[in-house]
Design a protein around this ligand. Sequence first.
Ligand SMILES: Nc1ncnc2c1ncn2[C@@H]1O[C@H](COP(=O)(O)OP(=O)(O)O)[C@@H](O)[C@H]1O
Ligand SMILES: [Mg+2]
Length: 414
Amino acid sequence: MNTSDVQAQKRRYGIVGNSEGLNHAVDIALQVAKTELSVLITGESGVGKEVIPRIIHDNSLRKSKKYFAVNCGSIPEGTIDSELFGHEKGAFTGAVGEREGYFGAANGGTLFLDEVGELPLATQARLLRVLETGEYIRVGSSDVRKTDVRIVAATNVNMVQAIRDGRFREDLFYRLNTIPIKMPALRERGDDVVLLFKKFAMDTAEKYNMPDPVELTEAAQQRLKSYPWPGNVRQLKNVTEQISILSRERVITPEILSEYIPDTPVTRDIVPVNAPRKETHSFESERELLYKILFDLRNDVTELKKLVNERRGEHTAPVVSAEKVSGEQAVTYYPSKVPAYPVSSHTLKGDEDFQTPEEYVEESVSLDDLERQMIVKALEKNKGKRRKAAQELNISERTLYRKIKEYGLDKENL
Ligand SMILES: Nc1ncnc2c1ncn2[C@@H]1O[C@H](COP(=O)(O)OP(=O)(O)O)[C@@H](O)[C@H]1O
Ligand SMILES: [Mg+2]
């Protein structure tokens, strides 16, 4: 391994960590960059796969040509072929103009197919053909076109299982997997987790103009290292942001940490018999955190809906037109606050994500319930002290007063 090259790439892309597995992944990316081989990046969700294709493209002979990243999991099945391979005018209802498609647009460059395991079988067949022959056909056309695209793909699904289940073509898998790069899970990266915490704490402090970033005690560092991080770096980033923003204490102890991550033992190390049992506590704090997050999300959603409605009022056309959604890159949306356990990213799929009025009402009712419960809980916990309850709920006292009124809680003697 050329250590100094690897370090230089990590600096260039802001990659933090020094574990063997991470360095190895960056090293392989550098080694294969100058070849034309297909690369398949595997690893759990949130491990940081998306930087690898950038490293490959930027260090390849194609670096001055186009680079596209396509999230195969976020494009509706009905449009994915036309997104990737283009279509002719009138190929299907709504195809007013022609579309070049990523394989045409990326000619000479690199195409990153993220979440490739999500591709429908029919698209897999087209993809195999273009990989093997460089030929493809637009939807609604019979002309064979040529393209020269380097493919880097990524997946967090178990491909062996997907092949066994008949969801992924074995021949395509071998074609994509010429060079495999495995991004290790965060729990396998030892001290990296502490380095990453420091980086995210610094980033957050800077972003929000905080006087100083949060720090970890020695014991808290151990706790971070023994936690299994099912959502990997993405989860750690979210947790660090939450702590940075919500914690009044700036020196973080394991006790404070346990408010943000579940407290159950995670290593298979032998747990001393007289170790305090904390499971009940952990479930409590887990639930509370979840409530807190839902509460915040609810407020965000309300704001967003207001915004969308305002904008809908301004335009006659819908805000998110099909053209816009399918036109440029597929958009992946990660909520800013994600629960501290299995994290899945939400993906905007276009209009279908807009709810019907009935759905909206239903959701509002249950969210109202939830909000009410949270307020009651916060008031009870703080013995009716509204200022403290508001602080805990992360809303202004004024909003809390308003909500207490709205829910009639002032009449309930809380
Ligand atoms: N080693 C790392 N150093 C700094 N940030 C990282 C690292 N690995 C991942 N991240 C950040 O974590 C988040 C998730 O990474 P991403 O590449 O989207 O994961 P996935 O493997 O799910 O595609 C991103 O915000 C990314 O910038
Ligand atoms: Mg990803």
